[in-house]
Ligand binder design. Structure first.
Ligand code: ASP
Length: 704
């Protein structure tokens, strides 16, 4: 068969009836009717039905009978319109089929680990799709999982989104420039992935958490507008929608201010979302960090629904209600939400026994005050403690009407009130179905604090290159540092952060001051960022930028449940790749080559000539370096082992320790499921076992 004449399976329509065509692809599904076999032939463009009919093409019988799902095949035949009543409206080609005159099996396939087909062969039947298969199995056979039309569609759309980004930024004069992957640590608040250098033993590259410093250097180099679709690496604790490596749309521009970024990114976001048929209204609203926290308890507010916080502290300033009185006297606050018209669903019982007693404490709150509006009055278990004036003011402030439910959180700590009420706001919205689907609410969050408190000092909220709103601060005054605002901005959509950036510091003195505020010594600064601080001394222009998470944006546009569905070869939730089994152990030889078995070099890994000392000998034999401070502890442990060996030798008998194999059963604990770890399957888990029986480690019966 000549593949040059191949027609895309998904392209055939009734106008093609009568054409002799050749097609190639995979067998999506089969239906055997004895004299006739129907096959769905699938390629990237779609699916078409092929008919193998013994009466018309008897010589195909043998081969057609041997077909199985996912065989790679080529067929030739004539396109015909389907008989009325046999059309399949779930296929775009459902009005036609190919009557095969030729069939070649290009490559057979083993029995599949899961069903790939998503289209039923008869009208109206839809198959389950990827969601029905355990995700680790999908990831282990990702190349098969990616054959599904629904998965292919994600990557076609992702390609279109990326193409739009490139075209748009090119239109606006941005240059795509690559930055290094083997580099030095760039602080973005996560741990670095480190890569040991073979040629510089004991030295490491860091994989970039972002190209932050390089993009700033490109501004100093005079490129004026840079962008990159770039892989970033962050060794963070596992979280459901995070990946150790992910892709950013990263950009930076010189001689600009915040308004430039807002305009540019709004246009870019509108164009990206249009790939998914989503129209975003412009301009995007803006909210300061303070307002976001005050009214939603979150720095990434979900604006698809109301339930904005109402400030109520001043209503209760002179209250007789002891709990509020104490909290307010301690400098605390009271805030609440009005859940409109839900008093039927939020009964007294639900409010008191579920929310006040269980849900709010699980969200970190000490308790919750609730009130319902019934018969024009407030009702609750504590309303009698409020004065008439307080009750009237509550009704007015919360704009409370018949059937509304008020939920209030009071605490001496503003952070506790906003955090608990913020989580409660989301909980109630989800439980009551108040979040509309197919609604997209973009938002700029601005004026973030420059620093946030740590236990002993402060740390950057964004990264240390973000410009402060003023530069006359004292870097040793913690309270003043915590009062500074930054010129940072986040782009938020539906409660998720799509990206963030800032106007940067371009003055060396200010940069030094911020480093000093972070507690870095001149030596730290020189060691970590010397090259960058030096570059600021050569006429660095004012500049700023932003980065959007491409995986997250794509997942939102396509409405996938997880970012893993828009990444071709993602890691699973445990940052493990079931396909390649990465991360994997390496040989001792590789470790030795990289200098990792001898971390301190000659001084801590003595050679043979130092044989006289037991610690040096052990260190040399095991190729594990020992530092001076560990010597005495190791000496003591070795002495203990020697004494034990002496005791064993003193035992009468032939001196050999006794081993006995006992039967081991490993029932799962009640209420848990037995699960086989990939390390067991690959043999890694038991590789150091002295003796094995099946999948089990044999132990001496003394341990029983
Ligand atoms: N480097 C920042 C980040 O990765 C984005 C930026 O400031 O442009 O979050």
């Amino acid at each position: 068969m000549n593949f040059q004449n191949r027609v895309p399976c998904g392209s055939l329509r009734p106008v093609d009836a009568g054409r002799m065509v050749q097609a190639a692809g995979w067998v999506d599904a089969l239906r055997d009717h004895g004299e006739v076999i129907f096959a769905h032939l699938r390629d990237r463009s779609g699916i078409v039905q092929v008919v193998f009919d013994w009466n018309r093409a008897p010589r195909l019988r043998e081969t057609a009978r041997g077909l199985k799902e996912e065989f790679c095949v080529a067929v030739a035949g004539t396109v015909v319109e389907r008989m009325p009543g046999t059309e399949n409206p779930s296929l775009e080609t459902g009005d036609v089929e190919i009557i095969a005159t030729d069939l070649t099996v290009l490559n057979p396939a083993k029995t599949l680990p899961f069903l790939i087909s998503e289209k039923g062969m008869t009208a109206g039947v839809e198959l389950a799709g990827p969601g029905a298969v355990a995700e680790d199995l999908r990831l282990q056979y990702r190349y098969l999982d990616l054959r599904r039309p629904s998965m292919q569609d994600h990557f076609i759309k992702r390609h279109r989104i990326v193409k739009r980004v490139r075209d748009f930024l090119d239109e606006r004069g941005f240059l795509e420039i690559e930055t290094p992957v083997l580099t030095k640590s760039t602080p973005e608040g996560a741990r670095d992935y480190l890569v040991p250098s073979r040629v510089h033993p004991g030295h490491f590259y860091a994989l970039p958490q972002s190209p932050q410093l390089f993009k700033q250097l490109l501004m100093i180099s005079g490129f004026e507008r840079y962008f990159q679709i770039v892989r970033c690496f962050r060794d963070e604790d596992l979280r459901p929608n995070r990946q150790p490596e992910f892709t950013q749309i990263d950009l930076e521009a010189s001689f600009i201010d915040e308004e430039f970024i807002y305009e540019l990114m709004e246009e870019l976001t509108v164009r990206m979302f249009a790939v998914g048929g989503i129209e975003l209204p412009r301009p995007f609203p803006r909210m300061t960090y303070r307002e976001a926290m005050d009214t939603t308890g979150s720095d990434r507010p979900d604006l698809r629904f109301g339930l904005r916080f109402v400030e109520a502290t001043d209503i209760f300033r002179n209250t007789n209600y002891a709990i509020f009185q104490k909290i307010i006297q301690a400098g605390g606050c009271v805030k609440g939400i009005n859940v409109k018209g839900q008093s039927d669903v939020l009964s007294k019982n639900v409010l008191q026994n579920e929310y006040a007693k269980q849900i709010v404490p699980s969200l970190g709150g000490k308790g919750m005050t609730w009130m319902r509006v019934a018969g024009g009055n407030l009702e609750s278990n504590i309303v009698q403690f409020f004065s008439e004036a307080e009750r009237q003011e509550i009704l007015r402030r919360f704009e409370a009407e018949e059937g509304d439910v008020l939920m209030l959180i009071a605490d001496p700590s503003y952070a506790v009130v906003t955090s608990v009420l913020g989580k409660l706001r989301l909980h109630v919205a989800e439980r009551l179905g108040l979040i509309p689907s197919n609604t997209y609410c973009p938002l700029w969050v601005t004026e973030f604090p420059l620093f946030e408190p740590t236990e002993d000092w402060v740390t950057s909220c964004h990264h240390p290159f973000t410009a402060p709103d003023r530069v006359d601060f004292d870097p040793r005054n913690r309270d003043e540092l915590l009062s500074l605002r930054s010129r940072a901005y986040d782009l938020v959509m539906n409660g998720e952060e799509l990206g963030g950036g800032s106007i940067r510091i371009h003055d060396k003195k200010v940069q030094h001051k911020v480093f000093e505020a972070l507690g870095l010594t001149p030596e730290d600064i020189a060691g970590k960022f010397g090259f960058f601080v030096q570059a600021l001394e050569y006429g660095a222009p004012p500049h700023g930028g932003i980065a959007l998470g491409l995986d997250r944006v794509t997942a939102m546009i396509l409405g996938t449940a997880s970012i893993r569905d828009v990444i071709a070869f993602p890691k699973n939730r445990s940052a493990y790749c079931p396909l390649t089994q990465a991360p994997a152990p390496v040989t001792r030889q590789q470790l030795a080559e990289l200098g990792l078995l001898n971390l301190g070099g000659e001084t801590v890994l003595p050679g043979m000539e130092k044989e006289g000392d037991i610690i040096d000998t052990l260190s040399w034999v095991s190729r594990i370096g020992v530092v001076e401070s560990e010597r005495s502890a190791i000496h003591a442990a070795v002495r203990q082992a020697e004494r034990l060996a002496e005791k064993i030798q003193a035992i009468p008998g032939d001196g050999e320790p006794l081993f006995a194999v006992i039967d081991i059963t490993q029932p799962p604990r009640p209420g848990t499921e037995a699960r086989i770890s990939p390390f067991v399957q690959s043999g890694e888990l038991l590789k150091n076992a002295p003796a094995l029986k099946g999948d089990y480690f044999k132990v001496a019966n003394i341990l029983e």
